[in-house]
Design a protein. Structure first.
Length: 471
């Protein structure tokens, strides 16, 4: 773990603990032991596979607290990997997720802090690992740190004011020297009324300024900024049309797009029932037509979420804002994203359906993402799906089946098409309040336009986790 990450984490914890001495803390610590067999440890093509026995030791600690004027969520895990064969170097990986909020002045001045460390594959131009056990050069440690002071206050009981500055830094190991570290800075100023849905005030409004700066060591600062006004028409509390007009400016090195101009969008906020809410919009920006959708429906056994969004960002910023700090995720619901420093237009559609009844839970997730790079007009597509099923046989025993599929169409550094597939079969048993064991079989494979990148891998793992008594 980098010195910067350690320092950021110490500052985060110290700041929160000092401000939140009256908080209620929920602490946990323990250690996991994993004993596994892998039939293709280096992700080699057919005919070159080499098997390996692997032992993992993973001590972990979590700290969660909220109270007074502070909140802290911190989870850390050290992953030590021991290979049976002496010719392989043993590995140590760190995974950290820390997120905190401090209220310095009541109902006025706040601070968000965030730090993560995790592992990611680097490029689609090689065999793509789907865990940390596989031996590969196509993996790097990613370290992110974010600091965001902001003002959030009410003005004369007629409007809300938000002023926010966010600094986000994303670092990679030397193994990812092909891509530079990134620094992103964003500025938000928003003034809005808050009677939305109240027919006694038929019109609400919002004034907004936003600027996003995307920096790397290779180029001068790229930025995108916009100023806008939005009007909300309170027809009923359940049906609110809105219109946004504004002006945007961007400075992107070597861009083929226009450098801004006027933009607009129009949409609705609709709540047809107490269990369903829909927000949708359509408009025009400097790169063409734009859309937005957020649909949520909750039922007794089923929940549906559909979201579509568009934004200008880069991979470093996406990493800095992702929800967890785990190792390389195995499923398509947390998909592989090639590391690239270039800013791009991100168009993403997500669908999630969860069904829970009695002792059974089924979760289906699908995504479709298009990345249009602003510097050279190259396009990258990624889409996939995952399905997870759990069945609680008893209060202590739960079998699990999960599958994931992802396809990546990439043009950088070479034009390739890759497919990642994973199938997991496992069972988890709670032996006691402190001891949990699981047995998992896993199959993963990569299909690629490049024959040297194709592989199949099977593994079986026995995992035992012991948790110390909570403090």
């Amino acid at each position: 773990m980098s010195r910067r990450k350690i320092l950021t984490s110490i500052i985060l914890v110290s700041c929160v603990c000092k401000a939140g001495t009256a908080a209620q803390w929920d602490n946990a610590a323990g250690v996991g032991f994993n004993f596994g067999y892998v039939d293709n440890i280096s992700l080699a093509p057919e005919g070159d596979e080499e098997s390996q026995y692997v032992t993992q030791i993973t001590p972990f600690i979590s700290l969660h607290g909220e109270g007074g004027r502070a909140r802290l969520d911190l989870d850390y895990r050290l992953q030590y990997i021991k290979y049976q064969a002496d010719k392989y170097d043993d590995e140590i990986f760190h995974q950290l997720f820390s997120d905190a909020n401090v209220e310095f002045l009541e109902d006025f001045l706040f601070l968000d802090l965030r730090a993560t460390t995790f592992q990611s594959a680097i490029t689609a131009d090689a065999s793509i690992p789907q865990d940390n056990v596989s031996i590969t050069d196509n993996r790097t440690n990613v370290t992110t740190a974010s600091l965001s002071p902001y003002i959030n206050t009410r003005i004369l009981s007629i409007a809300d004011l938000v002023l926010r500055y966010t600094y986000e830094n994303t670092d990679y190991d030397d193994s990812a020297t092909v891509q530079p570290d990134t620094v992103n800075k964003s500025y938000i100023a928003e003034l809005s009324s808050q009677s939305r849905g109240d027919q006694t005030a038929p019109l609400d409004w919002s004034l907004r300024y936003y600027r996003n700066e995307l920096d790397t060591d290779l180029y001068e600062t790229n930025y995108y900024q916009e100023s806008s006004v939005t009007l909300f028409y309170n027809i009923t509390a359940q049906f609110i049309p809105f219109t946004t007009v504004g002006d945007e400016t961007n400075k992107i090195v070597n861009t083929t797009f226009e450098e801004g101009g006027s933009f607009w969008s129009a949409g609705i906020i609709w709540q047809p029932t107490t269990l369903t809410s829909i927000t949708g919009a359509y408009g025009e920006r400097f790169y063409g037509p734009t859309k937005e959708l957020a649909w949520e429906t909750r039922g007794r056994t089923t929940t549906l979420n559909i979201n579509y969004s568009e934004e200008i960002t880069n991979v470093g910023q996406v990493f800095a804002r992702q929800p967890s700090g785990e190792e390389i995720p195995p499923g398509a619901d947390n998909e592989f994203v090639p590391i690239d420093f270039r800013p791009y237009i991100r168009k993403r559609l997500e669908t999630n359906i969860q069904y829970s009844y009695s002792k059974t839970t089924v979760n289906w997730y699908a995504f479709n993402e298009k990345r249009l790079y602003l510097t050279d007009n190259e396009e990258e597509k990624s889409y996939g799906s995952s399905l997870n099923w759990t069945w609680r046989i008893t209060d202590r025993t739960t079998p699990n089946i999960s599958t994931g599929w992802q396809r990546i169409d990439s043009e950088f550094p070479t034009q390739t098409r890759d497919e990642l597939i994973n199938i997991d079969l496992g069972v988890t048993h709670i032996t006691s309040n402190r001891l949990v064991s699981s047995l998992t079989f896993r199959h993963v494979n990569q299909n690629s336009d490049l024959a040297q990148n194709e592989y199949e891998q099977n593994s079986i793992n026995l995992n035992v986790t012991y948790q110390l008594e909570n403090n």
